[in-house]
Design a protein around this ligand. Structure first.
Ligand SMILES: [Zn+2]
Length: 132
């Protein structure tokens, strides 16, 4: 199945293969203020349908993350995360037909970013390890 999403005014729209099983909530400086619910997916699953000319980008600190937002309505519906620059981080709050209060939320301690990402990678690696 395909899930569609985008900004508030409709200038930016995208579609994604699949739907989120769980999302991350991060307490770092920017995620706290933006209220992102992170759904990080392989870039091949993400297709921008319109709005590339309306996207503005904000960067800070290492400048690795590309925080895109709609220049008309200001909504940040997806971005390129510092943790996974080859992937797309979709803001699950911006998906059509998805109630963010019904999503399974996992906390990420982004205020201790290096530690939190290391822990996340270990957890992900353990999850894909074959059973013995
Ligand atoms: Zn917009």
């Amino acid at each position: 199945m395909v899930t569609r999403g985008g900004c508030h005014c409709g200038a930016v729209a995208f579609e994604v293969d699949g739907e989120p099983a769980e999302v991350e909530r991060c307490n770092c400086s920017i995620c706290t203020k933006k209220g992102y619910l992170h759904w990080i997916i392989e870039a091949a699953r993400f297709r921008l349908l319109r709005g590339s000319d309306k996207l503005a980008v904000y960067t800070f600190n290492t400048k690795a993350a590309k925080h895109y937002f709609c220049s008309a309505c200001g909504v940040a519906s997806f971005y390129i995360p510092r943790s996974d620059p080859d992937k797309v981080d979709v803001n699950a709050r911006c998906l059509d037909g998805i109630d963010p209060q019904k999503l399974h939320v996992v906390e990420l301690d982004g205020r201790n970013w290096e530690k939190a990402i290391e822990l996340r990678r270990k957890t992900a690696a353990a999850a894909v390890e074959p059973r013995k």
